[in-house]
Design a protein around this ligand. Structure first.
Ligand SMILES: NC(=O)c1ccc[n+]([C@@H]2O[C@H](COP(=O)([O-])OP(=O)(O)OC[C@H]3O[C@@H](n4cnc5c(N)ncnc54)[C@H](O)[C@@H]3O)[C@@H](O)[C@H]2O)c1
Length: 354
């Protein structure tokens, strides 16, 4: 199978590596409007003999056949590039967040449905086998009804140099600027934690969110105005009656990239805590049966489950669109828009009537 990649920045190497691991799947061509990034990518992977183009238009004109195209451009470009890809009749694997807002996301869903092409959003943390098991157990009802949910996403790149110096690098600076299409921590990593919680527990009915931008870090660097939120707290009410908190920050010192979900049900609790190195991605914590009165937790080691990249290829092969698809991406986008509205209005927002 032949894969193309649009955008050769930070995450594109993961796309290249993950697709290359799958039997009979090759990344054939890539494009980037930034020639420096394009050339670096081609140089770093020269043994793969990948063809490079300076724009998506160029790539689509010259490459007549792809089984699928990965979209790894920044958030602001997802809509226009994804529509181009779908309109040319290609299956698409798009990075999260699907778009900058729900209206755009909905347009992308409509285009995907019209084209009848496979469409997927890369909600990475679904790749945790412990998370997949957590979802399975919750859906089975063996722990009763979910009552209380705590979900948080911790990064610390604004307070550490673990991933480099954010003040000097465009790849961090666009994430801090609404003008550059960023919805801050909410749009960047908030989408992951909302997808994580909603896919496991069920849809959110109402939300109250408080977004925070810290201006003491400075308000402008070069062309980047640092006005996007650096973190948020939200209170949620799920359709099934459970309540919870969903939070996210870029100031969680001691955590490079941690994604934590705890779900407490009427007959037991579940917890996953994912770390940057993926050492805990197969470890599920469960409290049930006689352990409930002992305050004790068992560990279930969960066998590996397919990656999103594998699921995208499987979807193309079987012509059956596995999750997470563009509709799920749009559903999460609606929650993001609701958080922004809640923060602006300082009120609870009913997501269904957004
Ligand atoms: N799933 C995950 O866990 C995860 C992790 C990191 C990033 N991401 C997402 O991946 C996307 C890219 O992030 P990144 O960190 O790689 O950003 P980046 O800034 O490092 O790279 C983006 C690249 O896209 C190029 N580009 C911009 N517009 C283009 C266009 N119209 N056509 C072709 N190329 C274009 C840029 O020049 C740049 O090289 C973002 O949407 C981000 O949210 C997802």
């Amino acid at each position: 199978m032949k894969i193309g990649i649009v955008g050769t920045g930070n995450i594109s190497t993961r796309h290249l590596n993950e697709f290359s691991k799958i039997e009979n799947v090759n990344v054939e061509a890539v494009c980037d409007t930034n020639v420096e990034n394009l050339n670096l990518f081609l140089k770093n992977n020269k043994e793969k003999k990948i063809r490079g183009y300076s724009s998506l238009e160029n790539m689509l004109e010259n490459e007549k056949y792809f089984d699928g195209i990965s979209n790894t451009t920044p958030d602001k470009f997802h809509k226009e590039t994804s529509l181009q890809i779908l309109n040319k009749g290609f299956n698409i694997f798009c990075e999260k967040p699907l778009a900058e807002n729900y209206q755009d996301a909905k347009e992308m869903v409509d285009a995907a449905q019209k084209s009848k092409k496979i469409n997927m959003v890369n909600f990475t943390y679904r790749e945790s086998s412990a998370y997949q098991k957590l979802v399975e157990i919750l859906k089975s009802g063996q722990l009763g009804t979910p009552r209380h949910v705590s979900a948080c996403y911790y990064q610390s790149w604004l307070a550490s140099d673990k991933w480099g110096k954010w003040r000097e690098d465009d790849k961090w600076l666009w994430r801090l600027s609404t003008k550059h299409g960023s919805n801050g921590a909410l749009g960047d990593t908030g989408v992951h934690i909302f997808d994580f919680a909603v896919n496991a527990v069920g849809d959110i009915k109402e939300i109250f969110a408080d977004l925070k931008t810290y201006y003491d870090k400075g308000d402008k660097i070069r062309e980047y105005i640092l006005d996007a939120n650096d973190g948020f707290n939200s209170l949620v009410k799920f359709e099934n009656g459970a309540i919870g908190t969903i939070t996210n920050t870029r100031y969680a010192t001691g955590h490079a990239n941690s994604v934590i979900l705890e779900v407490f049900c009427t007959q037991g609790g579940l917890k996953v805590e994912l770390d940057e190195e993926r050492t805990k991605w197969s470890t599920l914590h469960i409290c049930q049966n006689e352990n409930i009165n002992k305050m004790a937790w068992d560990i279930i080691n969960c066998p590996k489950t397919p990656s999103n990249y594998q699921k995208f290829i499987e979807s193309i092969k079987t012509n059956k669109n596995l999750q997470p698809d563009f509709s799920q991406g749009a559903k999460i986008q609606k929650i993001i828009d609701s958080c922004i509205k809640s923060n602006d209005n300082k009120s609870w927002i009913d997501i269904n009537i957004m």
